[in-house]
Ligand binder design. Structure first.
Ligand SMILES: N[C@@H](CCC[C@H](N)C(=O)O)C(=O)O
Length: 306
């Protein structure tokens, strides 16, 4: 552990949302933030390698439970993280006994609740489809199908994606066959960093199986291939409905399991429902990323803490 004193340590929990690897870090009562250097160091250690950090801070607005910073594994900040938000709900519900929460992020307010069966629903807000909202580097009147392709120009492997923002940018490529038959690990970074996406983008491949089911794989901006991307499942659902491929309530099968997504007609909000899982807890230095597991400290199974 770094030679800074224990006062610099904060509690954290290693969790996952359908395999999306999350570190929930308790920064309440502090003025500092998890440093990008600490995020890079935590991601470099196999024990704490993560997809996103969800850093819980004291609320900034009356009536909210917490401000949440979302950090990708490359140290970049993100505006939304559906799976990570479910992990925060579970951690705080366990700590407080509360079941309903109102979180504040850079993208706005997120209502969330834990149900009796342990599943968690997050109101991910309204999707945005304007080219400036995604954002895109040039004007597209129809963002349900933009001019972007990869592969041979006369026989592209992927083309004409739908783009949408759930607070963060998403491109959804539609395929008629197995989503696993595409080399997303190769195409993902090329598309993530394509100049059409000035803030980069999360890149997904979707196969619509019925009006209420689709398969989805995602190369995440600032992270890479993940087992689940909640905001991508939301973006794919609204894009499927927008293009007439699917209805507004869809089971989205991501590699880690199913997510239930509803694009509500009443208020245009997108509701994502799925599980969260606690794995172990520890303490870490938010400036350096030095950490210790609770069970390592006291030699017994780490008490569930946050
Ligand atoms: N895995 C998250 C998405 C996290 C942010 C994304 N990588 C981005 O940079 O926009 C989710 O479950 O939504």
């Amino acid at each position: 552990m770094d030679n800074r004193d224990m006062a610099d340590q904060v509690q954290f929990a290693r969790m996952n949302g359908l395999g999306n690897k999350i570190l929930v870090v308790d920064m309440r009562g502090r003025k500092d933030r998890v440093a990008p250097r600490a995020a890079i160091a935590l991601n470099a250690d196999p024990a704490t390698q993560f997809d996103q950090i969800m850093a819980i801070h004291d609320p900034k607005a009356a009536g909210t439970d917490a401000w949440i910073d979302i950090i990708n594994s490359d140290g970049s900040m993100a505006q939304a993280c559906g799976n990570g938000t479910r992990c925060v709900v579970q951690a705080l519900a366990t700590e407080t006994g509360k079941k309903a929460f109102l979180f504040h992020t850079v993208a706005g307010l997120l209502e969330a609740e834990e149900h009796e069966d342990g599943t968690i629903s997050v109101d991910m807000g309204s999707p945005r489809f304007g080219w400036r909202d995604i954002p895109l580097a040039e004007e597209f009147h129809d963002t349900s199908r933009i001019e972007l392709q990869i592969g041979p120009i006369d026989d592209p492997v992927l083309h004409s994606p739908s783009v949408a923002s759930m607070g963060n940018p998403h491109a959804i490529f539609w395929v008629e066959d197995d989503v696993w038959s595409y080399d997303l690990g190769r195409f993902g970074p090329l598309l993530e960093n394509h100049p059409i996406f000035p803030e980069r983008a999360n890149i997904s491949i979707a196969h619509v199986r019925s009006r209420n089911e689709m398969d989805l794989r995602t190369w995440e901006r600032g992270t890479g291939l993940t087992l689940a991307c909640g905001s991508a499942a939301c973006a794919a659902t609204v894009s499927g409905a927008r293009t007439g491929r699917a209805d507004r309530t869809v089971t989205v099968n991501v590699p880690g399991g199913p997510l239930l997504i509803e694009w509500r007609e009443s208020d245009d909000h997108v509701i994502m429902t799925g599980p969260a899982e606690w794995e172990w807890s520890g303490t870490l230095d938010p400036a350096t990323g030095a950490f210790q597991r609770d069970d390592a400290a006291n030699g017994e199974s780490g008490a569930r803490a946050l």
